[in-house]
Design a protein around this ligand. Sequence first.
Ligand code: PEP
Ligand code: MG
Length: 754
Amino acid sequence: MAAHAGHLTGPRLLLRQIRSIMARPGSAQERLDQLVDRIAANMVADVCSIYLRRDSGQMELWATHGLSGDAVHVTRLEANEGLIGEIARTTKPLYLSEAHKHPKFSYHPETGEKPFHAFLGVPILHGGRLLGVLVVQNRMPRIYSEEETEALQNVAMVLAGIVSAGDLFDAQELHTVALRPMREEQGHGKVIAEGLTYGTAVIHEPQVARASLIAEDPEAEEKRLEKAILEMRQAIDTFFQGKGHLLGGPSRDVIEAYRMFAHDQAWVERLYAAAASGLSAEAAVERVRGEHRARLQNARDPYMRERLHDLEDLANRLLRHLGAIDAPADLPARAVLVARDIGPAELLEFDRKKLKGLILENGSPTSHAAIVARALRLPVVGQIKGAMDRINPGDTLLVDAETGTVDIRPAPENINSFEQRLGVRHQRRAVFARQRDVPARTLDGQNIDLFMNAGLQVDLPRLDETGAQGIGLFRTEFQFMLSDHLPRLDAQIALYSSVLEAAKGRPVVFRTLDLGGDKVLPYVAHEREGNPALGWRAMRMALDRPSLLRFQLRALIAAANGRPLNVMFPLITTVAEFRSGRDLLDKEVERARRFGRAVPETINLGSMVETPAIVWQLDELLAEAGFVSVGANDLLQYFFAADRDNDRVSERYDMLNAGALRMLRHIAKTCAKAERPASVCGEIAGHALEAATLIALGFTQLSVPPAAVGPVKRMILTLPAQKLGTALARWIDQGAPDIRRKVAAFAKTHAIRV
Ligand code: PEP
Ligand code: MG
């Protein structure tokens, strides 16, 4: 080895030496002992120690050079104890010139640690999962250079690969290190796509082959990395070539933003630094990605998370260019995928017959994967803390995406009761299927138009399956959010045409792009806004950048191809905004005429009612709009001043409250007086009790998620609408504080199926 390594120095030499130690025969303990000796010698440290995390969460001293040998396997630090605990908590390197002065310093006499001053510790992370901590210490105060910190992180990464592979330990030892949790446990998160499912855990994590962690020839690795980065950038550039002119004004932003991600100097520099320190190109990408992930877990700012998500995505692309990522693995017959976050396209790559559910460590209901999952009817629970850490491949998982609970390695009795719940659900589905062609008419003969919400191609078969009367809200932005580039005009036309084909004459209401807020496009540069829900979104964006909206309207007109067209604008706040949107539509119709193209037989242009401001200008709006649809998700968020995506407040206020109901009643009455149709398309319309209340208020059109069509229709068939309406009016006028309880009690006494 010495002959090969003769020209190497410092960190690179160390990586070489480590690999050769790992290749030697001997017990795991012997190898770790040699490892700490080698690291200490290379870094001229008095102490080098490896702490590994046990099942209990304690950090156990597993090997040391410099501390007392008696402390090995004896010293165990509690999860948050000491400097080791601090590194475990932050998953960041920690350097101190006077370790014992740090408030977190904890002294264990058996280690003989007291006289040491300088301290450098780094987390041993595997795919963002903490396996342990690697530490060097010196008796004298000293400075560890950036290069040394870097080197220690590389060593920790190599160590992580080896530790997580498990072959470092014999069977007995393996059970004591927290690599594979064994106990039954429960995770609590947030429902992202409703449903119940169970299956075998498959961990979704693009892995880099272990053999290639250390560079044989670091210069060659740097070259490989350089080539891959170049290829990736070229692929991105080629993608946009010739497409910019189609998009008008925003195209420049689009291309620039995308290129900016791929050219991000800080990212690229981190990659080169990692490769220069002796890692293979793949391992360098993986290491930088690992750092991002560790930060991602702590980032609270959604913009930051989005940004880091983009960088993670680029890391995947880069690994593909390096040939390091394979196609998704074959799934077991009933698979539940466990991922940190997953891209929508990736999700679609899995075998739909085998994939039964999804668990995400992050993930929000508005994430792209969530949107796709809902469309695929894949139950998803998100925000399960430490899911990747707590779930092993092959574990049985019960996914309750009704309450947001995941049973990990459940006991047999839990599996039984879960199966019973699944059985009940199946029976309910059969009832809904029988109701499919029954008109949605209340017990007292009021006809309700029951539409469904949609946004993707995969939603379309649900129209026939559910018996919905049409699509009351087609969220056109989904196509834009799922694509990694701005959809071209022909792609938009193709989607809208296929929607109209699938509808077979049933009405479809296309809502124009509702972007901004939390719906950010990775390929469009956006400015950070302090308050995105109140910011530059939806119509505000569309009217400031009219070319995007004009292209969309052009696509809708082309797709209609002479058939009737229903369009509505999102987040209208003033009547003037509606008019400006209508002017753009008029221009596009005129343009189609000028080019001799078919124009829609009729155009019905409506507005969403999503801001309290427009609620109080309804008369004026209705003089111009053909219909309105109440976007109750946004309307209630603005009414209660409670962010719909903030768990702390999103469910704090009940819509079954006299104030909110008075507002909704005002909308229903004003529209009835103006003889303009008014529907409700926010999530509440899909909840049976709330839907009953909306009908009692006077709404006769609801547009609900496909899965809610059955339950809402079942409710409608048993609803004495007028009777509830009379009671409700009284409660609202009295300002009753417990309207939900009253409506629920009414439903019970009148046997309404809510
Ligand atoms: C709403 O706000 O209620 C709505 C239907 O629009 P979105 O959920 O897409 O914002
Ligand atoms: Mg909305």
